[in-house]
Every structure is written in C-alpha cells, then in structure tokens.
Ligand binder design. Structure first.
Ligand code: SAM
Length: 287
C-alpha cells in the first residue's frame, strides 16, 4: 500500500490493516500520521478500550474501538479480516508498537493470507529506545521479550543465547529486575549492561554498570515503573576464569540442569573443557 493509496483528498483511508504505533509514555510522541489514521479509520482494534480511549481523545478521534488479542476468539479476528476488504482497520496496543510483546501478529498473518493491504505507521518502541540509550553495541542485537518467571525456564532461556555475539534486550517489571539481573550474571557472566526506566516520561533514568553491580543496586531496592534491561555481548578478550566464578556458575547451572548438561553450559561460557568441569561438578555435588 503506497502512502498515496492509503488516504485521499476526501479524507477516507483505503481499506486494509493499519498497524499504528502509539507513545510509550509521552503523548507528544504520537506521530501526526498515526493520529490521522486514528481519526480516519473505520474501526480501531485495541488491547484495552480504557487505555486507548485516552489516546484516541488526544488524537481527536471518535472512531469506535473493538477489543482484540491474539488469543481472542478466532471469530473476532476473522470478522476484522473480513471488514478490511472494504474498511480501514487500525490496530493499536496499550503502549508503543503493536506486535512487540503485544497483540497483533496473528491479525497481520491472517490479513496477509486473505490478501488484504497491510501498512504501518511506525513510531515509539521501548526496545529500540532503550537500546539507543544504553551505550552498548547496536550493530547486532536480539530482542528477548520477557524472561520466563520460573527459575529453570529463565536459566534455560539465558543459556540458549549465552554464546551469541549480540547485545540482548529484555522487557522487565520493576519487582523482578534485581532477580533477573542476578540470573543474567549467573548464566551470561558479568557483562556490561544498562537498565532503562520510564523512557520518555518525567522520571526517565538509565543506570549502567556490570550485571553484578546493577543486580546489587536493585537487590533490595526495586526500580519503579517500566523497565528495559540491555546486556552487552560477551567480551572479545578471552578472560582467565577465576576458580570461584567457575564454581559459582556450575552450582547455578546444577540447580537447573543435570550435572553433565551443567558442565556443558559452563564449559561453553568459559571456554573450558567439559570433562574437567563435569569432574568438578561431581566434587561440588559431593560436598
Ligand atoms: N509494544 C511495546 C513497545 O513497543 O515497546 C511493549 C509492550 S510490553 C507489554 C510492555 C513492556 O515494555 C514493559 O514491561 C517494559 O518492559 C517496556 N516498556 C514500555 N514502555 C516503557 C517505558 N516508557 N520505559 C521503559 N520500558 C517500557
């Protein structure tokens, strides 16, 4: 859908799906084009009507809203896709860019499968904003979304990416921040990191340091508000691992994994021999 095709002089939008990014805390970050789409759409699919009502008011839109989640009834989605044949359907989430840790992917998938026009009014996204604020390398990064709550699943998710030469970006909540940073340090090693909080709002703040420093800072002092954690890639320099660091990593991994797997995970992280680490794991286990 070209921008010419998406609206005309009579202020009607061409039929199709419009993915509309909203602000992540500062209403002024709503782009003029996003506001225009919200004013002209035939219907706006939203996560939460109360949250989006505020944004629609700000945009001067009186368009009707329909609650939509990817786990909504299939019929809600297929009705929206049907409507896109002749109407403009805007998709909005509670904050930032739809589909990014937010609903929308199945709607886009089904709209495309049905041959509907799909376009976007791009805008704020906490992941990108935090990455740019962090001072960490941006040439290659992986968005990790929210880590699982359960300790084993969280450790497994981190172990899966520990060898990647990429900056990692995590969404987080204030109360979980300290624990997550400590878990990251345990599995990924004590890398450079940043905790970005309340981006674009009055109390925007970015704390930088190593994962252990940040874990300590937030251990008994949970940060308030919305949080993104950015973790730098592993160091290029092979570091001689201190024995106690290896033991701590082994104990951490053995709390989640059988000894052989724990030895494999730690061997990969420190570039050490798996067999020797397995033997050490057995010693630690025995006491
Ligand atoms: N779709 C959104 C986006 O484009 O960033 C993300 C929605 S996700 C459900 C909510 C998470 O995004 C929060 O828990 C937090 O990790 C992050 N987030 C959203 N707004 C933020 C802000 N202003 N400052 C820091 N993190 C934010």
């Amino acid at each position: 859908m070209s921008s010419e095709a998406s609206s005309d002089a009579s202020s009607r939008l061409a039929p199709g799906l419009y993915i509309v990014a909203g602000p992540i805390g500062n209403l002024s970050d709503l782009t003029p084009r996003a506001a225009e789409i919200l004013r002209l759409a035939d219907v706006v699919a939203v996560e939460d009507t109360r949250v989006s009502a505020k944004l629609l008011r700000h945009a001067g839109s009186d368009r009707p809203m329909i609650p939509y989640h990817d786990h909504s009834d299939e019929r809600v989605r297929s009705r929206l896709v049907d409507r896109m044949a002749g109407e403009a359907v805007a998709l909005l989430c509670d904050a930032g860019t739809p589909l990014i840790s937010d609903p929308g992917y199945k709607l886009v998938r089904d709209a495309r499968a049905a041959g509907r026009a799909v376009t976007t009014a791009p805008g704020p996204c906490a992941m990108i904003a935090a990455l740019t604020l962090s001072g960490l390398p941006t040439d290659r990064f992986l968005f990790m979304g929210f880590l699982p709550n359960k300790e084993k699943a969280r450790g497994d998710a981190l172990a899966e990416v520990m060898g990647l030469r990429a900056t990692l970006v995590f969404y987080e909540s204030g109360p979980r921040t300290g624990k997550s940073l400590a878990a990251m340090a345990g599995v990924l090693g004590d890398r450079e990191a940043a905790v970005a909080r309340e981006i674009s709002k009055t109390f925007e703040e970015v704390a930088t340091g190593t994962l252990l420093e940040l874990a300590e800072r937030y251990a008994d002092n949970a940060p308030r508000g919305e949080i993104v954690i950015v973790v730098g890639p592993p160091s290029d320099e092979p570091v001689a691992a201190a024995e106690e660091d290896v033991d701590a990593a082994l104990l951490d991994a053995m709390a989640r994994l059988p000894a052989s797997k724990a030895a494999g995970e730690v061997a990969k992280r420190f570039g050490l021999e798996r067999r020797a680490l397995y033997d050490r794991a057995m010693e630690l286990k025995e006491g």
